[in-house]
Design a protein around this ligand. Structure first.
Ligand code: ADP
Ligand code: ZN
Length: 614
């Protein structure tokens, strides 16, 4: 263990393990298998990187994310770790070179795509020289129920038979019990030590707001809270991604689109910019994000409803991996509910599958409409209990107003019934509000007893009622009949007057964080010069080394430099995130810069150094 600790500081620059990294490392060092379920940002990679350094041989990391391997290898190089990758993007010569280096024992880590690993030549390679361990990243890809299923992952069970003495570690951020069991069964990990961490991400603020004008709402959110930050905006369709990105550009944001309809080069290019530059807003379909380990994504905004709570958790989880405050913001409305239900209905999947998806969507809608703490609901979905309210979600910060909707709901439901359950929301609202139009006259709906009984509420208020009724399962939408609303069994008690119903009162979203200018609480105005200078130096070094800025140093590491003002190598090395390799590489330049600022926060002692010559 003392070996592990000294490597933790020397190579990674960290003083302490996070729970339960230490125990996982020990398990692998003892030659045992492990299953690790840890939320995004928990620190999974260290769990196999560190034992790979300490055990004889190379650590082999199986990952489906080919596009990210190059960056992972570059990040390892910055730490002084010898890493390579094997996948289809390598030329035969380059692959032969990697193989040679592997056989000579020159590599600490080898990243490999699953389809490559299961090939005969790879198996032979590993038989010639046994790896230190196998790390199976994104292990939920073995699950046929999940959305990331990869057939190649199923064959990874052979590792157990072919290399019984090599410890294996499977890692995932997918929380649910069924997936966990499936991973163990399919990968022969029933006897593995299990490390299942809590899923709370306390630094993420969850907010779900009602849609009235999504563009205006998004703009207000960005301007007020994340004007210069990196973030992701998720949309359902490619078309909407393109339009939204374009529109954000016009509003002065550095926004880029990302979806499966773009060429691979374009996507790669945009992903690179997102990783390497500060303050890029990626507007994307869910095709973007898996495995993106940019630690300083400050917000994830959803303009459309995710299909399930699992997706919501995963997508929002890309924010705030560095543990600093981040926002998960979503706006949704009646149309989203209808659209998603329709997509499900139209899909050619089997009935049993559709039913499961329907269930998942309902749970997601439940989370949207809930009037109590969102985090409690989110965690309880994953079987975890949060005893008190979180204080960091919209419903905690600004408790939801509810109103007794019983009478309004009775009017709404009987109007659906009287019009024959053949009309969509808009027409029903017209009837309730006593509108006079062609369609009303054509169907003689002005003669109905429910005509005009809802004049006391405006169309928006009625839409809110219908959204909640659909979301909560009192009404269902018939997509084969022009989105006609139909009553469900659940309505009986309400219509008989045996049940009362409380509805959310939708209100305009309040700004829940102070504006950007006074939010940078960690950097005081007098430290701002140094902070900016450190970031500038980091960016220059990152460009020079062809890696993202956070690979040089995290924000948290720069922040510690601002606070502690180290003035010599020994003091600099004590900063969290500064290991031996980085001290040697960058120590001098950072110390020179820090020297200019002295030990107090008075600003620069003399002019900024020039970095252009780097
Ligand atoms: P995951 O793969 O679980 O999403 P990562 O392995 O990318 O998470 O780690 C998330 C962040 O936490 C990384 O930036 C990593 O450098 C940092 N980290 C990991 N372990 C520690 C530790 N013991 N102390 C401080 N920071 C850590
Ligand atoms: Zn809460």
């Amino acid at each position: 263990m003392s070996d592990a600790r000294s490597i933790l500081k020397e190579v990674f620059g960290y003083d302490e393990f996070r729970e339960p990294q230490g125990a996982i490392v020990d398990t692998l060092l003892d030659g045992e298998d492990a299953l690790v379920v840890m939320p995004t940002g928990g620190g999974k990679s260290l769990c196999y990187q560190l034992p790979a350094l300490l055990r004889e041989g190379t650590g082999v990391v199986v990952s489906p994310l080919i596009a990210l391997m190059q960056d992972q290898v570059a990040a390892m190089a910055e730490l002084g770790i010898a890493a390579c990758y094997l996948n289809s993007t390598l030329s035969p010569e380059a692959a032969a070179d990697v193989t040679r280096r592997y056989l000579h024992g020159e590599l600490d880590l080898l990243y490999i795509a699953p389809e490559r690993l299961i090939q005969e030549r790879s198996v032979q390679l590993f038989q010639q020289r046994e790896p230190a361990l196998f790390a199976i990243d994104e292990a939920h890809c073995v699950s046929q129920w999940g959305h990331d299923f990869r057939a190649d992952y199923l064959q990874l069970s052979m590792l157990h038979e072919l290399f019984p003495l090599v410890p294996r570690i499977a890692l995932t951020a997918t929380a649910d019990e069924r997936t966990r069991l499936e991973i163990c069964r399919r990968l022969n990990l029933e006897d593995a030590a299990q490390f299942v961490c809590g899923f709370d991400r306390p630094n993420i603020q969850y907010r779900i707001t009602q849609k009235d004008n999504e563009k205006r709402q998004l703009l207000q959110f960005l301007h007020n809270e994340h004007a210069e930050d990196s973030g992701i905006v998720y949309c359902l369709s490619r078309n909407k991604v393109d339009k939204t990105a374009h529109w954000l550009q016009q509003q002065g944001f550095q926004a880029l689109p990302y979806h499966a309809g773009m060429s691979a080069e374009q996507r790669q290019h945009h992903q690179q910019r997102f990783l390497r530059e500060d303050g890029i807003v990626m507007v994307a379909t869910i095709a973007f994000g898996m495995g993106i380990d940019k630690p300083d994504v400050r917000f994830v905004a959803h303009l459309d409803l995710p299909k399930s709570v699992e997706s919501y958790y995963q997508e929002t989880g890309r924010a705030g991996r560095d543990g600093k405050p981040a926002t998960a913001w979503m706006c949704y409305g009646l149309q989203d509910v209808i659209k998603l239900r329709q997509m499900l209905d139209d899909s050619s999947a089997e009935e049993s599958f559709k039913r499961i998806e329907q269930h998942r969507l309902n749970a997601m809608l439940g989370l949207c409409e809930i009037t109590s703490c969102r985090r409690q609901a989110l965690l309880s979905y994953f079987g975890e209990q949060l005893l008190s309210q979180c204080g960091n979600c919209d419903t905690c910060l600004k408790p939801v107003d509810t109103w007794d909707g019983t009478e309004a709901v009775q009017k709404a439901l009987s109007c659906v019934y009287r019009t024959g359950q053949r009309f969509g929301t808009n027409h029903i609202i017209d009837v309730l509000r006593g509108s006079d139009n062609e369609k009303i006259r054509q169907w003689h709906h002005q003669q109905l007893s429910t005509y005009g009984i809802g004049k006391d509420m405006d169309a928006n208020q009625w839409r809110s009622v219908f959204r909640q009724l659909i979301a909560r399962g009192y009404l269902k939408v018939d997509f084969d009949h022009y989105n006609a609303l139909r009553l469900t069994e659940q309505c009986r008690a309400l219509l008989r007057g045996d049940e009362r119903i409380a509805l959310r009162r939708d209100s305009r979203e309040a700004t829940l964080r102070p504006a950007r200018a006074n939010r940078d609480s960690t950097v005081s105005p007098e430290d701002k010069h140094l902070w900016d200078a450190l970031k500038e130096l980091r960016t220059a070094l990152a460009e020079q080394h062809g890696v993202p800025p956070y690979v040089i140093f995290h924000d948290a590491t720069l922040m510690e430099m601002v606070e502690l003002r180290p003035q010599n190598p020994a003091a600099l090395r004590r900063i969290n995130g500064v290991g031996d390799a980085k001290l040697e590489r960058y120590g001098e330049q950072f110390l020179a810069l820090l020297g200019n600022f002295g030990t107090t926060g008075d600003g620069p002692a003399f002019n900024f150094p020039e970095y252009s010559g780097l």
